[in-house]
Write a protein that binds this ligand. Structure first.
Ligand code: SAH
Length: 314
């Protein structure tokens, strides 16, 4: 699970460094247009230290209003909200994964579009953000899986309350925290790709400490209590073995059903995790492995992609 905010405290330089060329959130936010799309945002817009219009990214209500405005302006999304305590995803960063996935599937040519492209989103969260962006940008069809019952309920609510999403996004409950595919993928079902933003930390205490550091970094204030201020329920933020453990389990389980996805993919937040994961992939017999670098300003991340099929592209 990567950072929960844009970390855009600098006044959104133009264009945002490192984002995918098709990312429509690359350019500086036009707050006049955004507040037109979502009037509630106006209350949170004020000049930052550089004199540019911005919002306080440490304030969950501000991030919620910004996300609502971005999704409404870009995709006409009428309803987007997450229950208190769940993740407020940075929309530009989440979009990047979708665009890089499109490039992976096309081999860098014209991005594939339409409902014949089926994607499995493992751990969709209450925000259902990858399916919302993938369905809105490319018309892809998603199966979204989730272990947290509240997140599942919420993701389903988002899908039915936005016209056009219901035929493209199906949310399935995963009852086992340790399974990625079993119990949610039906026999014979195939996908162009799977994607995942895995829980990052290996314990609740580690997740809380990291969240405190983030709030401190964004607001310059020391949080009074170990609240996960701008989102992130325990299950969203940590799992047994942290990111490394989660992706390792995913690799082992993907090798048992190699033909289910043309490409299996996952975000890897920590660069030190790449080497061991690439080793597991070799041991698991992957035919091809790719590391797709992503950056948003200073923040670096990457998508690890693997396939058991030869000539998986195109
Ligand atoms: N995709 C969202 C949420 C990522 S947080 C985003 O990018 O913002 C990771 C999510 O994975 C959490 O919602 C957590 O509940 C869920 N999760 C954890 N283990 C899972 C599993 N084995 N299968 C499906 N979802 C899982």
């Amino acid at each position: 699970m990567t950072d929960t905010t844009d970390n855009d405290t600098s006044g959104a330089k133009e264009p945002k460094q490192g984002l995918h060329p098709r990312n429509r959130f690359r350019t500086r936010y036009d707050f006049a247009q955004l507040t037109k799309a979502c009037p509630a945002l106006a209350a949170f817009v004020s000049p930052n230290a550089h004199g540019d219009e911005s919002v306080d990214y440490a304030n969950p209500a501000a991030v919620l209003a910004l996300n609502q405005a971005l999704l409404k302006q870009a995709y006409g999304l009428q309803h987007w909200e997450v229950p208190p305590g769940h993740l407020y995803p940075p929309i530009p960063g989440r979009s990047d994964y979708i665009h890089h996935l499109a490039d992976l599937l096309s081999g860098g040519t014209t991005p594939p579009k339409g409902r014949c492209v089926r994607i499995l989103d493992i751990g969709t969260g209450a925000n259902c953000i990858y399916p919302i962006i993938g369905a809105s940008e490319y018309g892809w069809r998603f199966v979204s899986t989730e272990t947290d019952p509240t997140a599942c309920r919420w993701a389903r609510k988002l899908v039915v309350s936005n016209k056009g999403l219901s035929p493209l996004i199906e949310v399935r409950t995963q009852t086992s925290l340790n399974e990625c595919f079993k119990g949610v993928v039906k026999p014979g079902e195939v996908f162009a790709a799977s994607m995942c933003n895995p829980p990052f930390h290996s314990s609740a205490a580690e997740a809380a400490a990291s969240s405190q550091r983030k709030v401190h970094h964004l607001s310059g204030k020391k949080p009074l209590e170990p609240a996960l201020n701008f989102g992130g329920k325990n299950g969203e933020l940590w799992c047994e073995g942290g990111e490394l453990g989660f992706v390792r389990r995913m690799i082992a389980q993907s090798a048992e059903i190699p033909g289910t996805c043309r490409w299996f993919t996952s975000l890897v937040s920590k660069s030190a995790h790449l080497q061991p994961l690439q080793r597991y992939l070799r041991q698991a017999g992957a035919a091809e492995v790719k590391v797709i670098d992503m950056a948003q300003g200073q923040k670096k991340s990457r998508v690890l992609a693997w396939t058991f099929l030869t000539h998986a592209e195109g």
